[in-house]
Each structure stands twice: as C-alpha cells, then as structure tokens.
Ligand binder design. Structure first.
Ligand code: GLC
Length: 481
C-alpha cells in the first residue's frame, strides 16, 4: 500500500499545535508496523524549518503549479526519517513568513499548497493508493482530486481520507474568490457552498471517500449544533462515511525514562523520583521547595476552547488550599494578563509562564502531581496523554477525546478504577469539586501513588490507533488479487 499524508505542519520540522504531533508520529507508527508499505508525508517548506534539517534535505525536482491565472514556482525537497519520506514544498513567496498562519492570504497559500500536492505526483510519477489530508488547509487537495483530476487514469483510483482535527477552523471565504484564488469551476460551487459562502472543510467532507476525526466521541459531538460550529448539518448528512479514531502520542519522544529535559529520569516503578524533578523546578521558579505541596499544572493555549474561563473563575478559591499552580502557554491577551496578575497576587503559590516552551513543558509534566484540562470542547487532546505518561494525574472535562481517554477515578471493591478525575458540565464549581477530590486523594500518599502508577501504565501509544487507520485504508481500497 502507498499512503501519502498531506498537512500544513509536521514535527520535528514545523509545529503550532497537536496537528504537527499527529503528522509527525502516525505515519512513522504505521511504517513501523507495516515496513513493506510505502509511507510519505508532504508539507510546506516554511522558512522557520531549522537549517539542521534543511542541510540534510535532497532536492527532488522543480516545476510550476497552476492556480487559476497564476503560475507559481514549486520546488520539492525530501528527507527520510524512520523509514518515512517527508516531502517539502518550497516557494518562498508563500512560505517565507514569520508564522505558519495568520496572514491575509492564507487561503491562497494553502490553495497553492493543495494544488502542489497533486501536481507533484505526476512530476515524480508517484501515485499513492491513499491520499490522507488534514484540516481545512489541505481540504482543497481532496476537492481537486475528486473534481479536476477525477477522469485522469493516474489519479482516478486514489482514495481520499480527510481528517478533522478541529471543526472550529473551516476555511470560510466569499464566493467571489472561488475562481480567482481557489481555481474552482462554477459547476463545483455546490460542493463547497455552505451558508452562502465557500467552506473548504465542507467541500472535503463531500468529496472524501472517508472522513475521520480524532476521537470517537468527537465524531458524535460534531453532528450536533453545540459542537458542530455550523457545519453539523453537513456532518450529519455524510455521517455514513464518518468515524473517530483516537490519536496516540510518540512514546519515544515522550518518555520519562530517557527524556533529557528532566532533572531525574524515572519509570512507573520509580515514581518517587518525580519529587526530585519537582524540587528542581521549584528551585528554578523560586517557589517554596517541598515535595509535599501538591503541584497542579495547566499547559495549554490560553483560549476559550480550553475552558480557561472556568479556571479564571475558580482559581483564587483553589489557592486558599496549600497548593502550587503552574501555568505555561500563550493565547488571548486577557487570559495572558489574568495569569500574570494571578502570579503577582500569589507569589508564593503561582507561576505563569506566558510562552510556548517544549523543554520547560516536559519539566512541568514530570514535576506535577495533577494536570488540569477543563476544555469546553476537545477533538482529541494530547496533553492529557503526555501528562499521564509523565505521571501527572489528569483532571479533565468529559468532552471529545478527553472523554474517550480519561475515565473517572473510583474506589470499588477494594480496587482503584479509572485513570484521572473528570467532570461533565462546563461549570467552574464542578471543576473545583473534582480538583478538591483529587487533592483529597493526594493526602493519602499510598493511594495517590497507586493511582499515579496506574495512570503511567495506561497505553496511549499509537499501536492500537495506527492499526485502526490501516484497516480503514484497506477497507476503502479495492480487493487485490
Ligand atoms: C487539534 C485539536 C486537538 C487534537 C489535535 C490533534 O489541535 O484541538 O484536540 O488533539 O488537533 O489531532
């Protein structure tokens, strides 16, 4: 089988969020389980990609890509890592920018990228069996495949899978630019039309052979107006081709046994050593040094999606207890300011680091006893899995992938059940209630240690999920002789 993943970010080359983690780990996990299959990934060659990687890339070819009246240069580079071939689309006009997204011409930039994905296949005579596109930025690749290319003998057998990592971002534009920017013909208008404008995600849902989202629960949620962000009628209409597969995390990259970001490495057999990491972090952050004070952390984009308003409404009450509260992340300015101010008001208990820092995040996961993730909605969520891997017990709201991955702690018939603390309603009091429940268990050293070990042993690797993708690909391909 030949599988090509297309996405707008991929670790370790480029990243702004969870999509990059998935693009950087699912293909490799699949290749590891099926070494005879051909697995490749294609993404833009952003100027932010480090020279360390650029220097090792091989130039494959160059050609020009047509996008409506434009003829744009396209260079293709490749890099092989863990058996997976990573292709990069080079065009400095589109990808030499200070950040991955947020420019006025994002629509044109990713239309160009999507057009390049299809054009490059004929240039190197490489036609995958499966083209797996991710989020609105590559939605047009699915649309072009099933419209412009549908009668080409080389392209017509390619099956398209489209993944929704977050339905909040749909790629919505005015119909006026359909031809000029997106190179869409008038007869295809109904494919992309939604609520009177162009909706690229909707177009990909219509065209794809299979639509996948990143947890089973989220696949159900996006059929409802509450979670569908306006796209729920289209999701319901095409629900026969929709499924949910929970993401995994890269168990080699996130491994407390070998991670050199940590002060002291450990496994579930030596959770006591988490205390050394905690002391080192307390020292680094000039907080009172004690292994006995429960440390709660929040590592997140500071936006409404992440339920930061619930935290803001209750954190002062929480800080009446003897706890330390660590925040790492950036986002909406009013939340950033809120946490800066919180630290100023509670200098002996709170540290707010308004930034994105991978190394520091791993130190925090390793040092924390509890990890808070009260998301309003969460397609999958990876932080609760990373926290579990590092033995920080997750406290989550029961939504999307959080619901699927974290089951509530209970003590039944002398046995611990569940792998975290959960609450259902989007309500600050309910959140505070379960945080206090967790803090109660923390005071029972033996019981909390047993739960920490159980949480660390929970399998969030790609093993099961990569196989589910493999089965899904097989199911849509024609039987082979
Ligand atoms: C998006 C979602 C997140 C998910 C990630 C990877 O960032 O918001 O929940 O884990 O994509 O699929």
């Amino acid at each position: 089988m030949k599988i090509l993943y297309a996405g707008s970010e991929v670790l370790p080359f480029s990243s702004s969020g969870g999509l990059a983690d998935v693009m950087g780990s699912l293909p490799a996990a699949l290749k590891k389980r099926h070494p005879d299959d051909d697995v490749a990934v294609i993404s833009p060659l952003y100027s932010s990609i480090r020279t360390e990687y650029r220097e090792k890339m091989t130039r494959v070819c160059e050609f020009s890509v047509r996008l409506s009246w434009r003829n744009q240069y396209c260079g293709i580079y490749s890099y092989i890592l863990n058996g997976v071939t990573y292709y990069f689309v080079d065009n400095e006009y589109y990808f030499r920018r200070s950040s991955l997204y947020g420019d006025f011409d994002d629509g044109e930039r990713f239309a160009y990228f999507s057009a390049s994905v299809l054009a490059f296949m004929s240039q190197i005579n490489y036609y995958p069996d499966i083209l797996h596109c991710n989020d609105w930025q590559t939605a047009l690749a699915v649309i072009y495949l099933k419209t412009r290319y549908c009668n080409s003998e080389f392209y017509r057998d390619i099956k398209a899978v489209f993944s929704i990592h977050n339905i909040l971002f749909q790629g919505q534009y005015d119909h006026a630019i359909a031809g000029d920017v997106f190179d869409l013909e008038p007869s295809w208008a109904s494919i992309v039309d939604h609520d009177g404008c162009i909706n690229l995600m909707k177009g990909a849902v219509v065209c794809a052979d299979q639509v996948v989202t990143v947890s089973e629960r989220y696949a159900e949620e996006i059929k409802t107006p509450e979670y569908g962000h306006g796209l729920d009628p289209a999701i319901r209409m095409y629900s026969c081709k929709l499924s949910g597969i929970l993401n995994g995390i890269d168990y080699e990259y996130y491994d407390p046994k070998t991670d050199n970001a940590l002060t002291r490495n450990y496994t579930y057999r030596s959770t006591g050593r988490k205390g050394e990491n905690k002391r080192a972090l307390q020292k680094q952050l000039a907080l009172p040094e004690s292994e006995d004070i429960p440390m709660i952390s929040l590592i997140s984009r500071l936006t409404d999606q992440k339920g930061i308003d619930l935290v803001a409404s209750k954190v002062d009450e929480l800080l009446l207890d003897d706890v330390q509260f660590i925040v790492l992340g950036c986002g909406d300015w009013h939340y950033e300011n809120f946490f800066r101010d919180l630290e100023a008001r509670h200098r002996d208990k709170v540290r707010s680091m308004i930034m994105y820092d991978k190394t520091l995040s791993k130190k925090i996961y390793a040092s924390s006893d509890l990890f808070l993730m009260p998301s309003r909605f969460e397609p999958c969520g990876l932080s609760q899995m990373i926290a579990s891997r590092y033995g920080a017990v997750p406290i989550v709201r029961e939504t999307g992938g959080l619901y699927d991955s974290i089951k509530p702690y209970r003590f039944v018939d002398g046995k611990q059940v569940g792998n975290g603390f959960t609450f259902a309603a989007c309500n600050g009091n309910d959140m505070l209630f379960v945080i206090r429940q967790a803090l109660g268990l923390y005071r029972d050293k033996e019981a909390f240690k047993a739960l920490t070990v159980k949480v660390m042993k929970h399998d969030f690797s790609w093993n099961t999920s990569a196989e589910k993708y493999y089965q899904l690909y097989n199911a849509i391909l024609p039987e082979r002789p």
